[in-house]
Design a binder for this molecule. Structure first.
Ligand code: ADP
Ligand code: MG
Length: 316
């Protein structure tokens, strides 16, 4: 199998092309006819073998995650994902690996009606880079910098599951925790409504405290009060690690790909209703304050021991 066969057999699916994709895979570029009046949000994320995933990670999970980590960014901007491009750098043309990768990628893409419109395939160290484009009504874009003092802070799901799965082989073998790590499910359906009530949003990739910290800083160095007992943990994390360690991993771990958003208190009922409608648990965990950094009330956490979120380091 050469590069062209691989693209044609695995990634080119002309039967799935929506009408607004005028030209898809197969030409030098894709041509889109976006709906009039909508704005486009564009995001990109790269997964490098050895840094963001391991050889032992199932290939369909690599495909799923490569797309999922971009979907959570699009949704955090208050947009709905529509299309993706995929850059694959492969050390060899391993048909089984690529097939499984594509299965994971397309399962998630199909679930959310995201169309793969192009990409690039090259030889080299295993790296997957995905770009996603999303649509948003003008005026509905959500920025990190929109949080206001008094806003309540919400999470779109339980957190700390992925970090717990990474903490031991016993935790990894728990199916719920393993699923949180290998097949995160960002709250895509929220994308089209989030901008109607939220003031700010961010997706959780580096850990709640690190990511919420970005929101607070961008919003004019605001503070936050988090109620430890309101932070939604995975039952399995608590059972395996105890409540304190589970909370530490929820606050300082990462790879959750849920959203953290802030909204005014008077939208609480609406947010509850939307959560039930979308069958997504939405949790209120605290409040934005004028200033004072991010404080966690209650809970036996040692904030000093929390990992400050994952940061890449290069050796030059
Ligand atoms: P060019 O040489 O003009 O850059 P390529 O041979 O790289 O074209 O790609 C041919 C077509 O296949 C293009 O439409 C490109 O978008 C698509 N393509 C290449 N690799 C991938 C991939 N991994 N996933 C999806 N589409 C791809
Ligand atoms: Mg090319």
């Amino acid at each position: 199998m050469d590069e062209f066969e691989l693209i044609d057999r695995i990634f080119h699916r002309p039967e799935d092309r929506p009408p607004w994709v005028e030209v898809g895979i197969g030409d030098d570029g894709a041509v889109l006819q976006p709906p009039l009046g909508k704005q486009t949000v564009v995001v990109m994320d790269t997964l490098v073998n050895g840094t963001h995933f391991l050889n032992s990670q199932p290939a369909d999970s690599v495909g799923h995650r490569a797309l999922a980590v971009n979907l959570s960014d699009v949704v955090a901007m208050g947009a709905s994902p529509r299309w993706a491009t995929l850059s694959l750098t492969l050390p060899e043309l391993d048909r089984d690996w690529v097939n499984a990768f594509a299965t994971g990628f397309f399962q998630l893409a199909d679930e959310h009606h995201v169309s793969l419109i192009g990409g690039d395939t090259t030889a080299g160290p295993l790296t997957v880079s995905v770009t996603v484009g999303g649509e948003v009504e003008p005026g509905r874009v959500l920025r990190r910098g929109g949080a206001r003092p008094g806003d309540l802070i919400f999470l779109t799901g339980r957190i700390g599951g992925a970090a717990t799965a990474l903490s031991s082989t016993q935790a990894y073998s728990n199916p719920v925790l393993q699923k949180a790590l290998l097949y995160p499910q960002p709250p895509v359906a929220l994308g089209q409504v989030l901008g109607s009530f939220a003031h700010s949003a961010i997706d959780l990739s580096d850990g709640l405290l690190a990511d919420l910290g970005h929101v607070l800083k961008a919003s004019g160095n605001r503070g936050a009060q988090i109620e430890a007992d309101q932070v939604p943990l995975f039952e399995a994390s608590v059972a395996l690690l105890g409540a304190s360690r589970a909370l530490e991993l929820a606050l300082g771990g990462g790879d959750d790909y849920e959203l953290c958003f802030t909204a005014p208190e008077d939208r609480c009922r609406e947010i509850d209703a939307i959560g039930s409608q979308l069958e997504r648990e939405i949790f209120c965990i605290g409040r934005v304050t004028e200033k004072g950094g991010c404080r966690v009330n209650g809970g036996q956490v040692n904030l000093k021991e929390l990992s400050p979120g994952y940061q890449h380091t290069w050796q030059v």
